[in-house]
Write a protein that binds this ligand. Structure first.
Ligand SMILES: NC(=O)c1ccc[n+]([C@@H]2O[C@H](COP(=O)([O-])OP(=O)(O)OC[C@H]3O[C@@H](n4cnc5c(N)ncnc54)[C@H](O)[C@@H]3O)[C@@H](O)[C@H]2O)c1
Length: 446
């Protein structure tokens, strides 16, 4: 496993959990030291148990010696980051670097698996790089694509109970090898840390075998489609606000149609995180280069980019002047159950609030430390109540379930002005009004 971020760690730990021997490496030595010391560099439910068990059973180890990791495995999963470049393209330099290492260090046949999200045709480039830099006759290479669909916050469950396993291969040997790797998941033979009282019964996940190009495209196409759905719900919310309808009522009824489905139709501050924003950008660039006008995606991206500014405009109409106002932010992670703040709406919102001279105080159950590295000077409350104290407004930015369960009556008493902007439609509008709040949400009548 090369790359011990979210995907690398979850993949490595879960593959060890289902019985394989896994060596994980990363060029971030501090990350490897943390892992060797038995700690996790990220917050992800159940991951600590999986890592601990696999390490105790000597199936999972961490090393900063990338050469050792490469030589030890016959299948190498590339899980390095593919962040966006300035122009929106995926930065594939980490994949390129890793390809050179694999080519020069391998002494035996290897199956090289792309787990990172990459633009279509990366597999071809990877194959070429492995061939060009290969130095040892004993090393031959097969390349496969195995896109990852896990969601942060439910990553362990998603990996062990996937709704599909997609592999892109060039021949039967690579297909069989990957089928063998995933056999315990396909046959549901593993210890599940998520369902301690037994996993719900379900059919085995479909094992979808495609070409490498198709597998790469499936990942970008899936993420872009989900992003599109979210932006659709958000544009609908804007319409509902203008026409005095309730977006929750509209999307709930829409979602009952099985052709539409209820998921990813929640209106709010839009999508963030390390996947959707960069993947939709990379997909737009890919289409442009292929000479295909995929303007639909550009619009979905544009709608998303405008969410924060639009929501702050609503806040400005109510608060009048933002300068010198004390504003509380509830939620920093891009979604609940993670400490990931990459491209998180809260980060953008804080930037805009600070630019207008507001005093920001923030709280998140898991993501404070990571946010402190970006904004060391804002105030961080020990809990939501400290953030609410004496504030002129509170913004709900991440839909952590525990925010719903807060003692909002107490918060009402603590605030200088009991004003809540709920960017995730997390709270019950009628209840908030009953408690005496000025309450504003997204696409629901104020
Ligand atoms: N995070 C998700 O929910 C998710 C889901 C599906 C797919 N993906 C994709 O998986 C890939 C990884 O995402 P992530 O969230 O795990 O990112 P991440 O930043 O958490 O992890 C990437 C890791 O790669 C390491 N790395 C970078 N260059 C390296 C090199 N040359 N050698 C060794 N290690 C190197 C980094 O130090 C980092 O630890 C991306 O392509 C992403 O799009 C992510």
């Amino acid at each position: 496993m090369i790359g011990c971020g979210y995907v690398g760690l979850v993949t490595g730990a879960c593959l060890a959990e289902i019985g394989h021997e896994v060596v994980c490496t990363d060029n971030d030595e501090a990350k490897i030291r943390t892992l060797q010391a038995g700690q996790l560099p990220i917050y992800e439910p159940h991951l600590d148990q999986v890592v601990e068990r696999a390490r105790a059973q000597k199936r999972l180890s961490f090393t900063s010696d990338v050469h050792e990791a490469i030589r030890s495995g016959d299948a190498i999963f590339i899980c390095v980051g593919t962040p966006p470049l300035e122009n929106g393209d995926a930065d594939l330099s980490a994949i390129d670097r890793v390809a050179k290492w694999i080519a020069t260090e391998s002494r035996s046949p290897k199956l090289v698996v792309e787990k990172s999200t990459v633009p279509v045709q990366t597999g071809q480039q990877l194959k070429r790089a492995l061939a060009v830099y290969g130095r040892n006759g004993g090393a031959t290479f097969q390349v496969a694509s195995n896109p990852e669909f896990l969601r942060e916050g439910t990553a362990v469950g998603d990996f062990l109970h996937p709704d599909r396993i997609v592999i892109g291969v060039e021949n039967k040997t690579a297909e069989e090898k990957l089928r063998e790797i995933y056999r315990p998941i396909l046959e549901k033979r593993f210890h599940c840390p998520v369902h301690t009282k037994g996993c719900p019964s379900s059919d085995p996940p479909p094992f979808v075998v495609t070409t490498i190009n198709s597998a790469e495209l499936i990942k970008h196409a899936s993420n872009s489609f989900l992003a599109l759905k979210i932006s659709y719900a958000n544009a609908l919310a804007d319409l509902c606000e203008k026409l005095d309808a309730n977006v929750e009522e509209v999307t709930r009824a829409m979602g009952l149609d099985p052709r539409i489905g209820p998921q990813f139709l929640r209106a709010g501050l839009g999508f963030g995180g390390f996947c959707f924003p960069k993947d939709i950008q990379a997909f737009i660039r890919l289409a442009e280069r292929a000479g295909v006008d995929f303007a639909l995606l550009k619009e979905a991206e544009g709608i998303n980019k405008r969410r924060i500014a639009q929501f702050l405009e609503k806040a400005r109409r109510v608060l009048w002047v933002l300068k010198e106002k004390k504003v509380g932010i509830l939620g920093l992670a891009f979604k609940p159950n993670t400490d990931d703040i990459r491209f998180a709406p809260a980060i953008d919102m804080i930037r805009q609030l600070l630019a207008e001279g507001a005093h920001v105080s923030a709280y998140d159950p898991e993501a404070v430390e990571k946010t402190r590295a970006v904004y060391p000077k804002i105030h961080y409350g020990a809990d939501a109540y400290e953030v609410a104290k004496d504030s002129d407004a509170v913004f709900v930015v991440t839909e952590w379930p525990e925010f719903r369960a807060l003692d909002w009556k107490r918060i009402h008493g603590l605030m200088a002005r009991p004003l809540v902007f709920d960017g995730r439609n997390l709270l019950d509008a009628a209840e908030m009004k009953r408690l005496g709040f000025e309450y504003h949400s997204v696409g629901r009548p104020d």
